[in-house]
Design a protein around this ligand. Structure first.
Ligand code: FES
Length: 612
């Protein structure tokens, strides 16, 4: 065991010396519960923790909290118990005391109405438990889509030393000799089933193979995207982004993480000191280079707006500007063909960052105390040859897509912006398109009519889904990948221009504009008054998304909608922005406090700036 570090604490006798004030802000002495007498508070704290069998020696060590997000409803976190064991080993090998504690755990499929609805709650749980408990540093174990952003949002706000550890991606499965994996192939195969090209027997067989092990979705979905972002932000070992959940490498990374956490505690390396504007510019560069999830744009804006020194210096526009000079280098589904295990075998983040070096701020700090450049130089990895078919990280001069895998568009229906993953478009002709709108006012309306034989729609139509923004449908569901109407799917149409104020799974693809802001439920929203038959114009190169109507006509429609809501109690009951005033519980808190997508869909009172 290494020498006892700087943040080690006092002996029992000095803890109870009434002539000595309790001044240390570390270990068990920090954040004492208030009983009026600080020495008694510490005495009581020790009484209770000794019930778990800890010795004075153990309690004198730096205390490393480990956030346990295991849940029987979260298969993406199925390996958390093993990871906790390994982190504890790493902490103890380095002279610390590891103490795990729970926070809520959120899985995509088991969080109604959506996991995003609960992200801010998880961030509050994380922030408050990190602040409340006597920890000198914390290892945040997360993985599934909303968990790592929630943890980082809470971690930045709590501003105690943190190190992140992701659960890692699942392995791909196999169907008829073809690899399959959650969740790009869930969607592709479901679309084939809807179109009648595969039958019920086959879709049932595929269901058994799409998630064959514990771990996060095995493509470049939101979980993998956020893992890569956490690595380049310097919050975890570089190899930690991609090692499979069920691999020995993952366990070794967990052990290493425990050691890093002890050193973070010793040096009191805090996230607000580590993270800078340059760190986030690096994160956005990686997001573009990996063809990452559109959800990461929302999460990054929420994370950035938690940081008192960075908030306001990065906007949606920054994502677009960085995208214009960043090529897509990683050939993973849904933009490409491979899985996260292939990315790991090709060298993972160390190899990608080595390639991206000319575009990165290498002097950005990391939780190891090294700069990103130093960390990168010190990380050994084994890759596959550049000309091997197994190589899925392209060189800068031979990218998969030359630039702008994620773009930000604006226009009269999205004055504050909307986001598209251009690299995941299946029919690139749609990147410059004009067509008549087919409008669905909410998810229920869409479900009721999308497959109707009577729906007036053809391949040139623009499918519009309103009412799924942060307030309109709490949690901004991942319903933005509007399904191709069945009659068009059966006729061979595989992609259409689709627009919504909601989100889309990071594992999905198509020509899909998301996060339209302000959302349709906002009283001033133009997107909310678009009607079927209005002509929609989209031009990716010019970054334009608009409805071909005069400003006068749009103003008239917005005014009429407001009068309808304000003029009758029934209207006010139906309009979320009016009805939210009377809602109780977490839903009321969410509805009254959530900000718009381009701000991160965080609660306004949790941002660094605080409530308006
Ligand atoms: Fe958890 Fe995809 S469902 S990462």
């Amino acid at each position: 065991m290494s020498e006892q570090p700087n943040v080690s604490h006092t002996t029992a006798s000095s803890d109870y010396d009434l002539s000595q004030p309790i001044t240390s802000g570390t270990g068990l002495r920090q954040g004492l519960a208030s009983y009026g007498d600080a020495h008694f508070s510490l005495f009581l704290r020790k009484v209770f923790i000794k019930a778990l069998g800890y010795s004075e020696d153990a309690l004198s060590r730096p205390i490393i909290g480990i956030i346990n997000t295991y849940s029987g409803f979260n298969p993406c976190h199925g390996n958390v118990p093993q990871l906790i064991d390994a982190v504890k080993r790493g902490v103890q090998l380095n002279g610390g005391l590891a103490v795990d504690f729970p926070t809520i755990s959120i899985h995509e499929s088991f969080s109604s109405p959506t996991s995003m609805y609960l992200r801010n709650l998880m961030s509050m749980d994380t922030e408050e438990m990190v602040k409340a408990q006597p920890v000198d540093a914390v290892v945040l174990i997360g993985g599934c889509d909303k968990t790592t952003p929630a943890q980082l949002m809470g971690g930045i706000s709590a501003n105690k030393p943190i190190v992140q550890l992701v659960t890692g991606p699942m392995m791909p499965g196999s169907h008829k000799g073809t690899r399959v994996g959650a969740c790009t192939d869930c969607r592709n195969n479901w679309a084939k089933f809807r179109a009648g090209t595969i039958d019920i027997e086959e879709i049932s067989a595929i269901n058994e193979e799409l998630a064959p092990t514990a771990g996060t979705c095995g493509v470049m979905g939101t979980a993998s995207t956020m893992a890569c972002i956490l690595a380049v932000l310097g919050l975890m070992p570089l190899k930690g982004a991609s090692a499979a959940a069920v691999s020995a490498a993952r366990i070794r990374i967990a052990e290493e993480t425990g050691g890093i956490a002890v050193r973070c505690a010793e040096k009191q390396i805090k996230p607000q000191d580590v993270l800078s504007r340059e760190s986030f510019i690096n994160a956005i560069t990686v997001l573009q280079a990996i063809g990452g999830s559109t959800n990461a744009v929302v999460h990054l804006m929420a994370i950035i707006n938690r940081h008192p020194n960075v908030a306001g210096s990065i906007t949606l526009q920054t994502f677009d500007e960085i995208g214009r000079k960043t090529p897509l280098l990683v050939d993973l589904k849904p933009s490409g063909e491979n899985y996260m295990t292939d990315f790991h075998n090709a060298g993972g983040m160390p190899a990608l960052l080595r390639t991206l070096k000319p575009l990165l701020h290498l002097d950005a700090k990391t939780v190891t105390g090294q700069t990103l450049g130093e960390l990168l130089d010190g990380t050994k990895y084994v890759s596959v040859p550049l000309d091997s078919p197994a190589q899925c990280i392209r060189p800068l001069d031979n990218p998969l897509y030359p630039a702008s895998s994620l773009v930000v568009v604006k226009g009269n229906i999205a004055p504050q912006g909307a986001v598209m993953k251009a690299s995941a478009s299946k029919d690139r002709r749609l990147l410059k398109h004009r067509g008549p709108a087919v409008v669905f006012t909410n998810s229920a309306d869409m479900a009721a009519r999308i497959d109707s034989e009577d729906l007036e729609v053809d391949a040139d139509s623009v499918l519009i889904l309103q009412g799924i923004g942060p307030v309109g449908n709490p949690g901004m569901p991942e319903a933005g990948m509007i399904p191709i109407p069945r009659k068009l799917g059966a006729a061979g149409v595989t992609d259409m221009l689709r627009i919504s104020d909601g989100r889309m799974s990071g594992t999905a693809g198509g020509t899909i504009v998301l996060h339209v802001s302000p959302e349709s439920s906002h009283p001033d929203s133009v997107f909310g008054v678009v009607q079927s038959g209005d002509m929609i114009e989209f031009d990716l190169d010019r970054r334009v998304l608009r409805v071909d109507l005069s400003d006068d006509e749009l103003a008239k429609r917005v005014k009429a909608r407001k009068e309808q809501v304000e003029g009758s109690p029934a209207g006010a009951e139906q309009a979320p922005w009016a009805a939210r005033k009377k809602m109780r519980g977490y839903r009321g808190l969410y509805m009254r406090s959530v900000n718009q997508a381009e701000e991160g869909a965080d609660f306004d009172f949790l941002t660094a700036a605080g409530p308006p």
